[in-house]
Every structure is written in structure tokens, then in C-alpha cells.
Write a protein that binds this ligand. Structure first.
Ligand code: HEM
Length: 141
């Protein structure tokens, strides 16, 4: 990611914070309408889950310009997801739901540059989680 992309992600996320409850609701609505099979993976209260998701995104977004500091937390989240039953190929669908949600929430400020910056950020995040998950699976075997 370029420094400009990091700034685009951080600035646009600031616009999402005031609407984070609605954004989380939109996100899960989209995720489950497109991927009903994921519903079975979630057991907890979806309101709590939405809060955790937004807090986590906040941590990642703030940490984009000091990635080395947040990588351990992202890796540990990746290993947790193996236990939740999440497969590497599921990350694409979650990325799609996230981008769709940002588009709804940000409207006209979700420009092509902002979209590309978010895609780049999600790619780094998902790749780090998937990578740590593959180590985890090996360790467990
Ligand atoms: C970059 C991508 C993702 C982020 C930032 C993220 C974030 C989180 C966070 C913060 C939690 C709560 C963890 C905790 O309780 O400590 C969580 C739980 C969970 N996530 Fe994700 N997640 C991501 C990708 C995915 C994907 C691809 C799936 C696949 C459907 C998924 C499904 C779940 C499930 C099933 C839980 C547990 C829910 C429960 O306890 O009922 N996540 N996620």
C-alpha cells in the first residue's frame, strides 16, 4: 500500500465511525444474503459481533502505517478463525461484503481511489490471517 492509500483508508474510515452500528448491520445483512451458509458459523449475539468487527477494523486501519506492530494481533485473529470453521476461500466473500458496505455507507465519497485503497488494505489483512491459519493447521496436525 502507498502512503496515499493508507491515508484514504484512514480518512474514509473516520466517516464510517459515526455510523458503525448501521454499517455492521449492513455488512452482516449483505454477507448472509449472499452467503447463507455462513450463518451457521456464527453463534454469538450479532450486535456484539458487529461491535467487535468494527473495533477490530479500527485497530487495523489505525495500524496500517505501523504494520509490524499490529501483525501479531492479526495473526492471532487468523488462528482464531480456523477454530471458528472459516476456510481461506471464505475471505473473498467477506471482502466483497465489506467493500459493498463501505460503498453504501460512504456514497459519493467512495471513489475509485478509495475503493482500490480498501481492496489493498483488505488484501494485506486477509493474506496475513490466512497465512497464520496455515501455520496453525500444520501445528495442530
Ligand atoms: C479481515 C477479515 C476479518 C476480520 C477483521 C474479522 C474480525 C473478527 C473479529 C474481531 C471477531 C471476534 C473475535 C473474538 O471473539 O475475539 C471475529 C469472529 C468471527 N469471524 Fe471474523 N473476521 C474476518 C474474516 C472472517 C471471515 C472470512 C469469516 C468467514 C465467514 C469470519 C467469520 C467469523 C466467525 C464465524 C466468528 C465467530 C463468531 C462467533 O463467535 O459466533 N470472519 N471476526
Amino acid at each position: 500500500m502507498t502512503p496515499e492509500q493508507i491515508k484514504l483508508v484512514q480518512d474514509s474510515f473516520n466517516e464510517v465511525i459515526p455510523i458503525s452500528d448501521q454499517a455492521a448491520e449492513l455488512f452482516y445483512g449483505r454477507l448472509f444474503s449472499q452467503n447463507p451458509q455462513f450463518k451457521a458459523l456464527f453463534s454469538g449475539d450479532m450486535k456484539d459481533q458487529g461491535k467487535k468487527l468494527m473495533q477490530h477494523l479500527n485497530m487495523v486501519v489505525r495500524g496500517l502505517n505501523k504494520l509490524d506492530q499490529i501483525v501479531p494481533a492479526v495473526q492471532s485473529l487468523g488462528r482464531k478463525h480456523v477454530e471458528y470453521g472459516v476456510q481461506p476461500e471464505d475471505y473473498a466473500a467477506v471482502g466483497e461484503a465489506l467493500i459493498w458496505t463501505l460503498e453504501q455507507g460512504l456514497g459519493r465519497s467512495f471513489t475509485r481511489e478509495v475503493r482500490e485503497a480498501w481492496l489493498a488494505a483488505y488484501k494485506v489483512l486477509a493474506a496475513t490471517m490466512i497465512e497464520s491459519a496455515s501455520h496453525h493447521a500444520k501445528d495442530a496436525a
